[in-house]
Design a protein around this ligand. Structure first.
Ligand SMILES: *Cc1c(COP(=O)(O)O)cnc(C)c1O
Length: 240
């Protein structure tokens, strides 16, 4: 069996090499460890190794795992500092009726893809007096994908979200299709990066618009080459 400490080290080394190839600083790239396929023991291990940005794609699972990992760490003396460092990312499709449950638990929602969802988050945030950070999920591959804003509608939606009082639109997220064709994957990331640069360049939203969340276990090195600032990696860490 492959140790988690080894596989995460290997991922980190691959990140460093991809950064070297692309002339980028690894410090500018945040690794979100996606825990959906992991046991609580495995999640605890990555946190103990210092990886405290964690991601889940379903609200129920996020609630459960975040509570469990808090309990585990709090039980062990001296680990409440570590527990406080954990930041959760909601990376999967978010239903509007789950917004109020998830908001207090997360540091970033990656998957805003309609104005209605953005408005729902904003309304809940106003009531809670918080300013949640969100990303717009862009559908860069057209066919296969159920979720995500169509490429041609992203700029307009970003403008609309920019008018909502309590939402902080900090960037874009995209997923490449599941294919071995690296050119198809790269084309998706390039498209996301182009829209990202356009929105940032035209100052359509505020100065905090600086995150590009793309790259999973099978394609994170390509994502780094194309400008990703946040990677979401699960199976490469937990299933060797
Ligand atoms: C599961 C998931 C990931 C991580 O996928 P791996 O292939 O396990 O690295 C990243 N992003 C989203 C939205 C996911 O649902």
């Amino acid at each position: 069996m492959v140790e988690i400490s080894d596989s995460i080290k290997r991922v980190q080394e691959n990140i460093n090499s991809a950064c070297a190839r692309a002339g980028r600083d690894p410090e500018d790239i945040k690794l979100v460890v996606v825990t959906k396929s992991a046991t609580i023991e495995a999640v605890e291990e990555v946190v103990q190794l210092g990886f405290t940005e964690l991601g889940e794609n379903r609200v129920q699972q996020l609630k459960k795992v975040s509570a469990q990992i808090s309990d585990v760490l709090k039980e062990k003396e001296g680990n409440s500092a570590l527990e406080q460092k954990i930041k959760w990312h909601m990376i999967g499709h978010l239903q509007r009726n789950k917004v109020r449950q998830v908001l207090p638990l997360v540091s970033l929602i990656h998957s805003v893809d309609t104005l209605r969802l953005a408005e729902e988050i904003n309304a809940a945030a106003v009531k809670m007096n918080i300013f949640p950070k969100v990303l717009l999920q862009v559908n860069t591959s057209n066919e296969s994908q159920k979720y995500g804003v169509p490429v041609g509608a992203v700029v307009h939606l970003a403008e609309q979200i920019g008018t909502l009082s309590n939402l902080r639109l900090v960037g874009l997220m995209t997923m490449a299709p599941l294919t071995r064709d690296k050119d198809v994957v790269r084309a998706c990331f390039v498209r996301a990066a182009e829209i990202f640069v356009e929105i940032r360049g035209e100052k359509i939203v505020g100065p905090y618009f600086k995150e590009l969340s793309m790259g999973m276990s099978s394609d994170y090195e390509i994502a780094i080459e194309e400008g990703a600032t946040i990677l979401r990696i699960g199976s490469a860490i937990f299933s060797g």
